[in-house]
Design a protein around this ligand. Structure first.
Ligand SMILES: NC(=O)CC[C@H](N)C(=O)O
Length: 191
């Protein structure tokens, strides 16, 4: 098995990284790796950016010396998936604020779902991931206000874009790590 194993990193500075690592542990052929340093990042073949607090994560990325290396890896085409705060970090535009890593051709609005209701769970299928209905957990979530020509909409919740894909980059406003929805991980790893 070892030869076929893929090292999948989870940015482990702040937020729900332990939950993502626990989900990755359950997948075959995946070696989960907490990423805290540039050396960790260099070993990761793909990266998950967890939910949490995007401004804090952005600050911690710089403090850890990860900012430039991560921007570099994203520019080289490393597969990456941002959940909630992670999606905000990946977005090319953050409405009313400066963007962070700017890797994806999407505009996000922070706390957009959350200003109405702090958290909620929606149930629906996402065609690209599988035909079954799945639970989508939103916690002070951003929505994706628009996607540019390089990105595609994966699903809408309450009329707003809640997930988008751009090649091997994925952004979800919700948290599959909290429901243990492994289909989402398989989908990301299939890209
Ligand atoms: N659950 C989350 O990741 C919330 C994101 C957070 N509201 C932010 O703006 O960064």
């Amino acid at each position: 098995m070892a030869g076929g194993e893929r090292t999948v990193g989870v940015l482990a500075l702040q937020g729900s990284f332990a939950e993502h690592l626990a989900c990755l542990e359950r997948l075959e052929g995946v070696r989960p790796l907490p990423v805290k340093t540039p050396a960790d990042l260099a070993r990761a073949e793909a990266l998950i950016l967890p939910g949490g607090e995007s401004t804090a994560q952005s600050r911690l990325l710089r403090r850890a010396g990860l900012w430039e290396p991560l921007k570099g890896r994203l520019a080289e085409g490393m597969p990456a998936w941002g959940t909630c705060a992670g999606a905000i970090l990946l977005a090319g535009e953050v409405v009313g604020e400066d963007p962070h890593l700017g890797a994806m051709d999407i505009a996000v609005r922070r706390n957009a779902f959350g200003s109405q209701l702090d958290s909620f769970t929606a149930r629906q299928a996402i065609a690209e991931v599988g035909p079954e209905e799945r639970a989508l957990v939103f916690i002070r979530a951003p929505w994706i206000e628009r996607v540019g020509p390089r990105a595609q909409v994966l699903c809408r919740v309450r009329g707003q874009i809640a997930a988008a894909r751009q090649g091997r980059l994925l952004a979800t406003a919700f948290h599959p790590e909290l429901t243990g929805d492994l289909d989402f991980y398989r989908y990301f790893l299939s890209l």
